[in-house]
Design a protein around this ligand. Structure first.
Ligand code: DMJ
Length: 643
């Protein structure tokens, strides 16, 4: 005979309990009624016992749910060496004394849970007596407390390091009244740009000077990070606009917060925010800028978590998740982006004593050194997953530009000790001269772009920065070709000036051609805009510093007047959509780099050379000056400064 199957509490069916032959071998025949009855009695007693055990033994998960630090109390019971056994959460003790202690403990816990419940209920009742506003105010106070605590934790002072030699932070006032007047005009333009941003776009990333409201783009993510404030700080300082500088500092101190769920461009945030904050720190000595720069840098580090260590283009500041731009050659990272971190990251390691930043950028350099380069050129795209080049496109303008700039500046910033960087620069420039630099029929030197095996005879406004770079790198060049590179810089400056001079507004187009009878002129409608970019003026300034040829000040003044005439509106400065049109329309954006770079380079052009001398300061690609670090060879991992 077989009894009906027993259903355990879990609901899973057990195999039928055979109480026949194997259970009672002497009664192979059917069992008598009385025996059946006794068996049933035993069974029901057994079931009752199981139920009792289930309800009365302690349930550890139940305790944990209301636990207020009770775990510590429960854990010692799981000590099997003292005779207790841990059976899937149930504790069974072999000794009576332990059992007693255990029951007492259990009772204590129950009482505590009960008391906590009652307390919580009381508090809830109290809360409900309050008005909605009162409750909200209380929640806000609690939140603020947490934020303040976090801030205190994040704002710990960094270990002091010896400040580098900070020379040349002076007024740089020129003696010549005509030059002084021009310089004052530039300062007035800065004030106009700042005041309007202050009034209409404060805290936003940029300003829409016509709509008179804030503006932003995806490079800054979806948060109001005050890009214009951070980018403009050092220009304000240099110009002696100290009240404005203090306003900016106060905003940064109180509002600049990087714990935001926002996906930003690693490159842009590095050059504008970290570069801007570091420069503001070195110029003013205000600790807050250094602290903010280090906090932000920490948020960028997860972008380097790729199979190769080549960082993603974008990173979410909160989650640390990175990714690349959808348009960049099959998910590649971009040379000018991952190759434009070195200056800022070396300074971060210097100021914090933490080698992590330095190691990240040196890893990129080492990886690039190992790679084959088609014709000695660096392609613009590199896949961070495979470590292989993407599309073979080389440019000294957009996508490539500041990579070359940072090789040269890494050498200069290390007080010319980082000879590895200088060699990489020299090699790259030789290949660029051979494959990309040509003379037009009309005798204009231009830098084209290498695209899939052929040279495109087009030059971007962005490429015009290279005139200044060649001049800056002339001293110390291979085979002592200083004269040659200074001349090359002058030729590029001349070509870029032509690109301005051949327009109606005397402002340069975004890109211009040297093809089909066209020289230094934009052909396509979507290349005719000017968005307040600095590169041409940047080259004028470097050329001025190295040659003192007055034509550079003259060209700079032409650009100043054109910007003031055609880009100035009552709400700030705006880009224009067509530099060949006599009635241009505005793009309604006041770019943060207009305050960081364009106006700063103009101001320096009309200042004395002892304001931020180039022997002591190196300007990052966003025109933020960083001091030369007189360190031992920064390419050596044994350098004590980075140990
Ligand atoms: C700036 O943000 C930097 O100069 C960058 O290197 C490229 N160009 C823009 C301004 O044109």
């Amino acid at each position: 005979m077989t009894t009906p199957a027993l259903l355990p509490l879990s609901g899973r069916r057990l195999p039928p309990l055979n109480l026949g032959a194997s259970a009672f071998p002497h009664h192979r025949a059917t069992l008598r009624l009385s025996e059946k009855f006794i068996l049933l009695l035993i069974l029901s007693a057994f079931i009752t016992l199981c139920f009792g055990a289930f309800f009365f033994l302690p349930d550890s998960s139940k305790h944990k749910r209301f636990d207020l630090g009770l775990e510590d109390v429960l854990i010692p019971h799981v000590d099997t060496s003292k005779g207790g056994k841990n059976l899937g959460g149930f504790l069974i003790h072999g000794q009576g004394h332990d059992e007693h202690r255990h029951r007492e403990e259990e009772e204590r816990l129950r009482n505590k849970i009960r008391a906590d419940h009652e307390k919580a209920l009381e508090e809830a009742k109290e809360k409900l007596k309050k008005s909605r506003d009162e409750i909200q105010a209380e929640i806000q106070t609690e939140k603020n407390k947490v934020v303040q605590e976090l801030k205190k934790k994040d704002s710990k002072p960094l270990p002091p390091v010896p400040l580098p030699n900070l020379v040349g932070i002076n007024s740089g006032e020129p003696a010549d009244p005509d030059i002084r007047e021009k310089r004052n005009k530039v300062k007035e333009m800065m004030k106009h740009a700042w005041d309007n941003y202050r009034q209409y776009g404060w805290g936003h990333n940029e300003l829409k000077p016509i709509a008179r409201k804030g503006h932003s783009t995806n490079i800054f993510g979806n948060s109001q990070m005050g890009a214009t404030i951070v980018d403009a700080l050092d220009t304000l300082y240099i110009m002696g606009l100290h009240d404005e500088f203090r306003e900016g500092q106060e905003w940064i101190d109180k509002n600049l917060d990087f714990s935001v769920n926002s996906e930003v461009s690693v490159f842009e945030v590095n050059i504008r925010f970290i570069g801007g904050l570091l420069a503001a720190y070195y110029l003013s000595g205000q600790e807050v800028f250094k602290i903010k720069a280090v906090q932000l840098a920490g948020k960028l580090l997860p972008a380097f978590n790729t199979p190769t260590g080549i960082p993603w283009a974008m990173v979410n500041l909160k989650s640390g998740v990175g990714r690349n731009w959808g348009w960049a050659s099959a998910g590649s990272s971009i040379l000018a982006e991952f190759g434009t971190l070195h200056m800022e990251f070396v300074h971060l390691s210097y100021l914090t004593g933490d080698p992590v930043y330095y190691n990240k950028v040196m890893h990129i350099r080492k990886l690039l050194q190992k790679m084959d380069r088609p014709n000695g050129l660096y392609p613009n795209y590199l896949n961070p997953r495979t470590g292989r080049w993407g599309q073979h496109h080389t440019s000294v303008g957009g996508l490539g530009d500041s990579f070359y700039e940072y090789l040269l500046k890494a050498w200069l910033m290390s007080d010319k000790m980082d000879t590895e960087a200088r060699k990489m620069y020299d090699d790259a420039i030789e290949a660029i001269e051979k494959h990309l630099i040509r003379k037009s029929n009309g005798g204009l030197t231009f830098i084209g772009e290498w695209k899939n095996g052929h040279l495109e005879r087009k030059m971007g406004h962005l490429t015009c920065f290279a005139g200044g770079m060649f001049a800056l790198g002339a001293d110390g060049s291979r085979d002592d070709k200083a004269g040659h590179y200074l001349q090359l810089g002058a030729e590029i400056a001349h070509t870029c000036h032509e690109s301005y001079d051949r327009t109606t507004l005397k402002l340069g187009p975004e890109a211009f051609k040297f093809d089909g009878g066209v020289e230094a002129v934009a052909v396509r409608q979507n290349e005719k805009y000017y968005i307040l970019r600095p590169e041409v003026i940047e080259t004028y300034w470097y050329m001025w510093r190295f040659t003192h040829d007055p034509k550079y000040r003259q060209w700079g003044w032409e650009a100043t007047q054109a910007i003031d005439k055609y880009c100035r509106v009552s709400g700030g400065f705006s880009g224009v959509k067509d530099v060949y049109s006599s009635s241009p329309t505005y793009d309604d954006v006041q770019q943060s780099f207009f305050l960081a770079e364009t106006l700063k380079y103009l101001y320096l052009l009309f200042s004395n050379d002892d304001l931020l001398p180039l022997d002591n300061w190196v300007f990052n690609t966003e025109a933020h000056p960083l001091p030369v670090l007189h360190l031992a060879n920064t390419t050596l991992s044994g350098n004590p400064a980075y140990r």
